[in-house]
Design a protein around this ligand. Structure first.
Ligand code: RIB
Length: 296
């Protein structure tokens, strides 16, 4: 069982379903509304936990009803929340417009942006015990950088899902074991153009697995050869959290080697879009095994 530390955001997702995305200045009627647990950090923690990993979450919520609900959800999923602290600011929220299975998201970080380097240092024991440290960019960059430094000091693999995308410093890039962007995030993170993604993967062969939605994943294998893991065919209900499922699963299965881990994470991400909600479709280990067996 992999021990995974997740440094990241915890949001309440406010999901509006519409037939079309609203244009600037337009008012539309929606066809549905729901709230569901989200945040890239919490989503990745839940994805890894459902697949059997022992997960510790480092994050912040507000002293409000959403914060209580989000912590309770993580506990129900078996995630250790002893390093999820309560902040004076409100729990982070994401306003998600869902149209035809696709989404547009606005995040208001709230308490997530109070996550500090001290929070990381308070979780030193969890870092000591971790097999992998996993982070995203919905918490302060400095905190992520600090977590990466602490992971390196302990010789632990550090995975970074660079979302939402910003340009990454040379120092952070050097500390990352595996970067998991989509094509757009790769261009922003590495300050290159989107067309040059294949060159970037070849130039930095050991450390990037690029997700490509329905097209699957591109990565460099143990022999530094560019590999394409094709996407699995499923009918998509809600793509929110597919990338998070990929990341959580990749961490949970990393001990199997990159080929097996990517294959399983790719399948887990495909399964995740077949049900509503960022965490709603994340598979359990048994569901993933059945799916892979049916595909074989
Ligand atoms: O990756 C999906 C997540 O992004 C949502 O759950 C939302 O909270 C935003 O953080």
């Amino acid at each position: 069982m992999a021990r995974v530390v997740v440094v990241g955001s915890i949001n309440m997702d406010m999901v509006v379903v519409t037939d079309t995305f609203p244009r600037l200045g337009e008012t539309l009627f929606g066809t549905g509304f729901s709230t569901s647990p989200g945040g890239k950090g919490a989503n990745q923690a839940v994805a890894a936990a459902r697949l059997g990993a022992q997960v510790t979450m480092i994050g912040r919520v507000g002293a409000d009803a959403f914060g209580e609900q989000m912590k309770a959800t993580l506990v129900r999923e078996g995630v250790d929340v002893s390093h999820v602290t309560t902040d004076r600011q409100a729990t982070g929220i994401a306003s998600i417009t869902l149209t035809g299975g696709d989404n547009a998201i606005v995040v208001v970080p709230g308490a997530n942006y109070a996550l500090s380097s001290e929070d990381i240092d308070r979780a030193a024991e969890a870092f000591d015990q971790a097999d992998i440290v996993l982070a995203q960019l919905e918490v302060p960059y400095e905190t992520v950088l600090h977590a990466a430094r602490r992971a390196r000091e302990r010789n632990k693999p550090f995975f970074l899902n660079p979302a939402p995308a910003v340009a990454l410093s040379a120092e952070l890039l050097d500390l990352v074991t595996l970067l998991t962007p989509n094509q757009h995030e790769l261009a922003t993170a590495l300050q290159t153009t989107e067309e040059h993604w294949a060159d970037e993967l070849a130039r930095r062969p050991a450390g990037i697995a690029m997700t490509a939605g329905q097209d699957g994943v591109y990565y460099a294998d143990e022999h530094r050869k560019l590999v394409h893991a094709a996407g699995c065919t499923v009918s998509a209900v809600d793509t929110t959290g597919a990338g998070d499922t990929f990341n959580g699963a990749l961490a949970a299965f990393w001990h199997l080697g990159i080929d097996a881990a990517v294959r399983r994470a790719n399948a887990a991400a495909a399964l995740s879009v077949t049900r509503a909600g960022a965490q709603g479709g994340m598979p359990t280990l048994a569901e993933l095994d059945n799916f892979l067996e049916a595909q074989a």
